[in-house]
Each structure stands twice: as C-alpha cells, then as structure tokens.
Design a protein. Structure first.
Length: 322
C-alpha cells in the first residue's frame, strides 16, 4: 500500500497496536527470536514508506520485551505513542505520550493507552520492567493536557471494547477512539457521549476509513448513514401518502410518522457528521514496489519453515507433501 495523500496532508494514517509480532501465547523460542525481530524491523520500514502518522502500542508488541521494542521503535519515522506505559524503576514514560498535528487548520491531538488487562496475569514476561498506569486516570490527564492545545482529540486505544465504551462515557472530551485488541468489527461505529468509536477485526485483515466533516466549533457528531436511512424512510412515506387506496386511519398514522422523521432530521442541521468505510486488505491490493523488495529480501534470509507435520489418529506423523 502506498501513501496517496496530497501535499496538504488531509489524512491521518493511524494504527492501534499489535503490529510487530504474532499473537502471544508463550515466550518466543531463542531460535525464532532473530527472525521475529527482523520481521518487526521490516514492518517498521514499511510504515515509514506508507507514511503513517502515529502508532499505538499493543500487548503483543512487547512479546520480546520492552528493550527490544524500544530498539525497534528507534528505526521508525512514525511516533510510537503510549501515555500510560512507564519504567518500573524510574516511573518515566518509555514513549512519547501524545502527538499534535494540524490538518487544514484543525489541531488534532493523539495519545495512546494500553490496558493492564491485556496481559496473561502477573507472571506475563511481556510486562517485565513495565508498569501500566490506570487508563481512565491517564485519559483524564491527557484530555486536560490536550484540550487547550487542540480542536480534536483522538485516542489510540488498546483496551477491550467494554472498557472503551466505559471510557467514552466517563471521560468527556475524547472525540474519536480508535480501538484495538478486541477484534470487534464495527461497520456502523457507535457514538457515546459525542465520542465516535471505530474498530476493525484483528490480524490485519481490514482497514478502516473515517471521513469526518466539521461544520461548526462544537464537536458534536452523527453518523451520516443514520441520516440517509431516515431520508429513505421519509421518501417511502411520502410516496405512500399519495396513494389513493389507503384508508384515512392509515394516512393519519403515516403523517405522524412523517412528522416524527422530519423532526429527527431537523436535529441534524448544522451538526458535524462522519462516514465510516471498512475494506479488506486482500492480495488484490497492488504491492508497493519498495515494500515488496524489502519483503522479498526478508523471505530470502528467512525462508518459510514449511507446513506442520500431519498427525494421524494414533499420533504418528509424517511431513506433508510440499
């Protein structure tokens, strides 16, 4: 995928984490670590080519520990954001807590949160040397910090969807939450307390595009698909009302429904709105030549190990045919 943004940089390209390593279940074997590290470097170089603006940090990004993640992040042009991940000893942040970018005069502030609940308990090796501050308290502090400096606040969240919904309703001032970790596919993003929540399914299968239209200073928004649905219903009612064979009782009910929809549509006037599109990241998407070259070089150094052996009903196994 290639960065097709115009020079005025009207688009933000963001990710919420778990980019660098496979889903964690146990520590990486020593013989697989170099392959995994070089693959992570390849991903970071690809982000540089694509032109990402910011990346949040997920629990799987810590699969080889905080020191490895810090080293890999230094090769990234894109900022790694984490507002609540601190050194266990010094209590200092490991990464940049937030980023502010201006787009067409709109100041957008972005910050990242990683939930302690994302890990496999206290003994999870990924948390070694790392303390995760309370996400809700950190979010409140970030809003206080960013509100005077920005017009729009975006959270790159690596919390569960349940926690994201709670956060949206308890911490006012966050306008968009891009969620990760849960893998929930939100075709029609909910708006909770004026906070838009967007998320796609996991494993890099989909990308999401949020188009936000700002008409006024207040960031109160609605989903344009809701308005279009009401407009379609209104048109259907109007067409039915002109039919000669409907009864007076039905006509009166249709008129009440029509007035109700017109009142709802009137509430949208002058408000900001958004549309959301999810699209599969399939093999049909044309490869960027520079990224493809890097991928081919990686594969030549680290060829596939081949398919796993085939087990029969007695537990015996033989290699599968190549």
């Amino acid at each position: 995928m290639k960065d097709t943004r115009q020079k005025e940089n009207a688009v933000l390209v963001l990710d919420t984490g778990d980019l660098l390593f496979k889903k964690y279940s146990k520590p990486y074997p020593a013989e697989d670590q170099e392959r995994a590290i070089q693959r992570a470097y390849l991903i970071v170089k690809s982000l540089n080519v694509i032109g990402y603006d910011a990346v949040g940090i997920g629990d799987d990004d810590l699969s080889l520990g905080i020191d490895v993640l810090l080293k890999i992040s230094r090769g990234a042009k894109v900022p790694f954001l984490s507002s609540n991940m601190v050194d266990e000893k010094s209590e200092k942040l490991f990464f940049q807590p937030y980023l502010i970018k201006e787009i067409h005069g709109l100041r957008v502030g972005m910050f990242g949160l990683l939930s302690p609940d994302s890990f496999l308990g206290k003994t999870d090796e990924r948390k070694k040397g790392v303390t995760l501050l309370d996400p809700v308290e950190t979010a409140k502090n970030m809003v206080v910090e960013l509100k005077p400096k920005t017009d729009l606040i975006v959270l790159l969240s690596h919390l569960s969807y349940h926690k994201v919904a709670q956060l949206a309703q308890t911490v006012p001032g966050i306008h968009i939450i891009a969620g990760g970790h849960s893998g929930i596919h939100l075709v029609n993003p909910p708006v909770l307390q004026d906070t838009i929540i967007v998320q796609t399914s996991g494993k890099g299968m989909y990308g999401g595009r949020l188009d936000l239209t700002i008409l006024g200073p207040q960031i109160d928004v609605y989903n344009i698909s809701a308005k279009r649905s009401l407009e379609r219903n209104l048109l259907s009612l109007k067409n039915r009302l002109v039919m000669v064979y409907i009864s007076e009782t039905e006509k009166a009910q249709l008129k009440r429904n029509k007035e109700d929809i017109e009142q709802k549509l009137a509430q949208f006037e002058g408000k900001n709105f958004f549309s959301n599109t999810l699209f599969p990241l399939s093999v049909q998407i044309k490869d960027d030549p520079e990224i493809k070259k890097m991928v081919d070089e990686y594969k030549s150094k680290f060829p596939d190990k081949g398919p796993p052996p085939h087990h029969d009903s007695r537990g015996n196994y033989t290699p599968k045919a190549q």
